[in-house]
Design a binder for this molecule. Structure first.
Ligand SMILES: [Zn+2]
Length: 323
């Protein structure tokens, strides 16, 4: 009697666990001798233990769940995008009805695109939500600035855009570097990437402000103030990132340097600008409006220097203990 493969396959788990009757066992043996498909299935059943089975099932469930949420959020995102088009259409109709040029309509449109970049994009994009949201938000924000600037006949677009981009590169861009695509692209040069992008945007911002201000004083004063600060930040960064010495010593040196720079910075920059400004004076028992500045700078110098020395000494003590 020829037995159907399906019946055999139902019995195979019992056969593999050796809990079926002798009669069934004989039948299955006979079938397996002739059927390659069922033999392969038996092999598979014997090779899979219960733990891998459970793991595969759990992964399957998680996968389905993730897929389900992705589809759901895409549907919600599309629905919200649909709702967003209602005010756009209303504005367009009203704008055309009153016979006006399509000027303020574009402001409404750009504003809605900004809102959509924050609400719709994270819902609709299946992967890299953070990067997509950040990218579309930045682009739509610049678009909004551009539209308002044109509408208001202003010339401030580059000042505002470069300032916003500089702010983003300092505050948000470092987090974007932890997302998967950028992590693969940049590797362990995150700090350097942030420093370079921030410096570029800072330069663009200063350039835009300078061109907008149209004042020769700006070009005389701004570089003298900003370049030494920029150089100090770069030196601290390169020292912290690449110097091969103990982290506590690094922290101690940086803390002391920041204290000293806060103390002398103002006098130094003023001297470079041609205004004589003496070093701060310490009058700890006299806190008036004209002495506060000097007192605070002295306190910063003293406390930062002490903190720096403590850090360096603790590193030395740690070294001695290790030996
Ligand atoms: Zn079979």
């Amino acid at each position: 009697m020829k037995i159907n493969c399906n019946i055999i396959r139902d019995l195979l788990p019992l056969y593999a666990d050796q809990v079926c009757s002798d009669e069934s066992r004989e039948l299955i043996d006979e079938h397996l001798a002739e059927c390659r498909g069922c033999s392969a299935l038996l092999q598979q059943i014997c090779n899979t233990d219960i733990e891998t089975d459970l793991k595969m099932e759990a992964e399957d469930v998680l996968h389905h769940q993730a897929d389900f949420f992705k589809r759901k959020s895409a549907v919600i995102g599309t629905a919200i995008a649909g709702i967003f088009t209602i005010p756009v259409l209303v504005c367009l109709i009203v704008n055309l009805a009153v016979g006006a040029a399509l000027d303020w309509f574009f402001i409404v449109l750009a504003s809605l695109i900004v809102a959509a970049s924050l609400i719709v994009v994270p819902l609709v994009m299946p992967e890299n939500k953070f990067l997509w949201t950040l990218g579309t938000f930045t682009a739509s924000l610049l678009l909004l600035f551009g539209v308002i600037c044109i509408y208001a006949h202003g010339s401030w677009f580059f000042v505002v855009s470069s300032s916003v981009l500089f702010g983003f590169s300092v505050c948000i861009f470092p987090f974007a570097l932890y997302t998967k695509p950028l992590r693969i692209l940049i590797g362990n040069q995150k700090g350097l990437t942030v420093m370079i992008s921030s410096t570029v945007f800072f330069g663009l911002m200063m350039l835009s402000i300078g061109l907008y201000a149209k004042s020769s004083d700006f070009w005389r004063i701004a570089p003298v103030i900003s370049l030494p600060v920029l150089a100090l930040i770069w030196l601290l960064f390169l020292f912290i990132r690449y110097a091969k010495i103990d982290a506590l010593v690094k922290a101690g040196i940086c803390t002391s340097v920041i204290g000293i720079c806060t103390f002398i910075g103002d006098s130094l920059i003023n001297t470079w600008l041609g205004n004589h400004k003496p070093l701060p004076v310490f009058r700890p028992f006299n806190w008036r409006i004209d002495t506060v500045d000097g007192n605070i700078k002295w306190l910063v110098l003293i406390s930062f220097s002490i903190a720096g020395i403590i850090l360096i000494v603790s590193s030395i003590i740690k070294k001695i203990k290790e030996k």
